[in-house]
Write a protein that binds this ligand. Structure first.
Ligand SMILES: [Zn+2]
Length: 252
């Protein structure tokens, strides 16, 4: 899975972003046996010629913390949840061959890179992260790493729960006051569907990312078939893994 919108340089440098599916198996140490997670992660990464030792995973807290990482954190969270980057939902790096990863099951994976391929980032964004400002933090942290116009950043919002399946109550709706919500009122008038992907895109635009640099994956994790979904599967849910990397050592 590549961004449709890519600079010449991103193709040359091999910026790769990907998201596993249900059939790739569980990717979260919190949701299954560690040896299976490691095997599943290895198998998925090998499809891209990548190795698990090069991966760094966010610990995930449904928060807004975004951290700048370098090679010292390589492998953190790759083989155990214990040393994942704690209390963090967004990762950013300027390093090559450092795979930044989050796990999701309905939440949005948000992939980011700039057209110079000097910076890549990824965020895990559920309704809490979006309501509290993870999009703003991700963009501000990336922009601070290398000062350049925001029009040179590209973003992809990956497979996540769609407005078709994301029904919320009035309390949660209040957290998104002032945003177009793509509300769908059912006949009973009680159900409201929230479009988290559209909300994220609007927040990205408000931070200065041009609309034409934002790509939204339309597939819904809950009803789109082969993707992990908490909403669909309840207590038995597993997670996918989403990653981004700029790989130099694999170039010929
Ligand atoms: Zn759906």
């Amino acid at each position: 899975m590549y961004l449709k919108v890519q600079s010449k340089k991103s193709i040359d440098l091999g910026v790769v972003l990907a998201q596993s599916t249900l059939s790739d198996g569980n990717m979260s140490f919190a949701r299954g046996a560690a040896n299976e997670v490691i095997a599943n992660r290895r198998r998925f990464l090998s499809k891209f010629g990548l190795e698990l030792d090069d991966l760094t995973a966010a610990g995930l807290a449904h928060g807004t913390e975004c951290r700048l990482l370098d090679n010292r954190r390589r492998s953190a969270g790759a083989f155990t949840l214990q040393n994942a980057i704690p209390n963090t939902d967004g990762l950013i790096t300027a390093e090559s061959d450092l795979i930044l990863a989050v796990t999701t099951a309905d939440c949005l994976p948000i992939f980011l890179y700039d057209d110079d391929c000097s910076i890549i980032g990824i965020a895990h964004a559920g309704w809490q992260g979006l309501a509290n400002g993870i999009v703003k933090n991700l963009i501000k942290s990336a922009a601070a790493l290398k000062k350049q116009p925001l029009k040179r950043f590209y973003v992809k919002i990956g497979v996540s729960v769609g407005k078709c399946c994301y029904i919320v109550d009035a309390e949660r709706l209040k957290r998104f006051a002032g945003l177009p919500l793509c509300e769908i009122h059912h006949r009973d008038g009680a159900k409201v569907h929230l479009d988290l992907k559209r909300i994220a895109a609007i927040q990205l635009e408000r931070q200065g990312i041009p609309a034409e640099n934002i790509e939204i994956e339309s597939k819904c994790s809950a009803c789109g078939g082969n993707y992990p979904s908490f909403r669909r599967d309840g207590d038995s849910f597993i997670t996918d893994i989403a990653f981004i990397v700029k790989r130099s050592k694999y170039q010929s």
